[in-house]
Design a protein around this ligand. Structure first.
Ligand code: 5AD
Ligand code: SF4
Length: 490
């Protein structure tokens, strides 16, 4: 950290929503480092509090306004003891609400949209000059370019030495929170979306699709690998639409990019999220067959099983298209675990449409799935459709869908019992003598094994299952491939 302790300022970023926001929160603190900020874990200790918001589903803006109410008290208490606390709103609610936020919430000093985080130091300088700033321009290329420069200047190990904490998403997943060494990391390769599903606010808050250049992605991946990261999840709102120009001068798609990333020594596990069925091309499907390090897990939302609803959602594919695609993916990688997103109660959804959704869940046999009640997002076409579904019907359908999803998930989890899987050991378990790792299908696995194995990948025989964990034992050394044997005895 440059400067003396007196100059040190503390920023607390509260992250809502998706993994993309978790990644962005880290980039925000990176962007603030040159301005003398260090990240802290709680609002009370901070000189700057940033809410990195999500707008995708219900009452997002209202949640932010009520959080701002709490921060108003915190800010005035700090002022009474002579301390200045700045409050900012970032993320998709910032983008969607813009100046409305400073109008409604006097506590807010700055509003910054997801494409403008690289401008934070400049924005703070303006705020210090007494201005309240709203910055919601779309400048994704600039964001990537500036943040890449900051990352490069951060040094070889890809970690800021002055980092006190990491941000955590609403889902609680913080890849390296328990281990000193970061084992798994996110890497944004793409932002924005051009699909315009009629329920979705993303194309408005995150803007048009932009792919990050190959060179920058490889540089970040190499930095992560050098810092000991073994699993990288590529992120994008529509990640499989990623495209770029390779060093060979050819047009690359995500399949080609994954193949190149698989060559980086140390990066043993690759994942990507979230994909659109329309962008699953042959090369990407083949990557699931050809790349050992591409984990057999795919999040491929379908949203509904009814052709009528899919058309009204502007998903641009039918139920049969989706099922055919799943068949091709399974042919390439038979042990793949599939995951999805579903919306119930989309305007005009009949009981028969909903039953088509129940049946597609069973036809696909998802390993996991997320399901949501449709929530009208201001500014999206479906929000003003006449045939909105009443709340009680949405709630009833959601409960019925979740029961079917739960049953599928149980079936999948039980199907893994007796198999041997490569597990990336991440941290200590709840009980002494236990460590926890992640299976190729993302589920945590509890294993009786020495802590010294944390950070390595070992073969585990899955022995039993609870609702959201697997339990296993280390496979005999004879079951280990040479690569892992060397690692275990290292
Ligand atoms: N209402 C309910 N769910 C939504 N999603 C996106 N927009 C809405 C909405 N307006 C869900 C979709 C998407 C996931 C990230 O959130 O299922 O895949
Ligand atoms: Fe939203 Fe559809 Fe784009 Fe996904 S593909 S981000 S649901 S508009």
């Amino acid at each position: 950290m440059s400067g003396s302790d007196r100059d040190l300022k503390r920023v607390f970023v509260k992250t809502y929503g998706c993994q993309m926001n978790v990644y962005d929160s880290e980039r925000m603190t990176d962007a603030l480092a040159p301005a003398g900020y260090v990240a802290v874990d709680n609002a009370e200790a901070a000189d700057l509090i940033l809410l990195n918001t999500c707008h995708i589903r219900e009452k997002a803006a209202e949640k932010v306004y009520s959080e701002l109410g709490r921060l108003r008290r915190l800010k005035s208490e700090a002022a009474e003891s002579g301390r200045t606390v700045l409050v900012g709103v970032a993320g998709c609610v910032a983008q969607a609400e813009g100046a409305e936020i400073v109008r409604r919430a006097p506590v807010v000093d700055l509003v910054v949209g997801p494409q403008s985080y690289q401008r934070l130091p400049g924005i703070l300088a303006e705020v210090a000059g007494g201005k309240r700033v709203v910055e919601t321009d779309f400048a994704v290329e600039e964001k990537f370019a500036v943040l890449d420069r900051i990352a490069t200047s951060r040094g070889e190990d890809g970690r800021r030495p002055d980092r006190e904490s990491q941000s955590r998403g609403e889902d609680g997943r913080r890849p390296d929170r328990e281990s000193k060494k970061r084992l798994s990391a996110f890497l944004t390769v793409q932002e924005g979306c051009d699909k315009f599903c009629t329920f979705c606010v993303v194309p408005y808050t995150r803007g048009a699709e932009v792919s990050r250049p190959v060179k920058a992605i490889l540089a970040e991946a190499e930095r992560l690998a050098a810092a000991g990261v073994r699993e990288v999840t590529l992120l994008g709102q529509n990640v499989n639409a990623w495209h770029g120009e390779g060093p060979d001068g050819r047009a690359w798609g995500l399949g080609r990019l994954l193949a190149r990333l698989a060559e980086i020594p140390g990066l043993d596990r690759l994942r990507y999220i979230t994909s659109h069925p329309r962008d699953m091309d042959g090369e990407l499907i083949a990557a699931h067959r050809d790349l050992a390090s591409l984990m057999p897990y795919l999040h491929l939302p379908v949203q509904s099983g009814s052709d009528r609803v899919l058309a009204a959602m502007n998903r641009r594919h039918t139920r049969a298209d989706y099922l055919r695609l799943i068949e091709r993916i399974r042919a390439a990688r038979p042990d793949i675990a599939l995951s999805g997103d579903f919306i119930v109660g989309f305007p005009g959804e009949s009981e028969a449409d909903f039953e088509d959704t129940l049946s597609i869940v069973e036809d696909v046999g998802y390993a996991s799935a997320f399901s949501f009640k449709y929530s009208p997002r201001p500014g999206t076409p479906a929000a003003t459709a006449a045939d909105q579904i009443e709340e009680s019907k949405k709630a009833d359908r959601l409960a019925r869908l979740q029961a079917v999803i739960d049953a599928c998930q149980k079936t999948f989890n039980h199907s893994t019992v007796g198999s041997t899987a490569e597990i990336l050991f991440e941290r200590r378990g709840r009980h002494a003598g236990q460590i926890v790792g992640r299976s190729p299908w993302l589920l945590p696995v509890q294993v009786e094994a020495p802590e010294t194995l944390i950070g390595s990948i070992g073969r585990v025989v899955i022995e039993s299952v609870s609702s959201n964990s697997l339990f296993g034992r280390l496979a005999g050394r004879e079951a280990m491939p040479d690569r892992l044997l060397a690692e275990a005895s290292a």
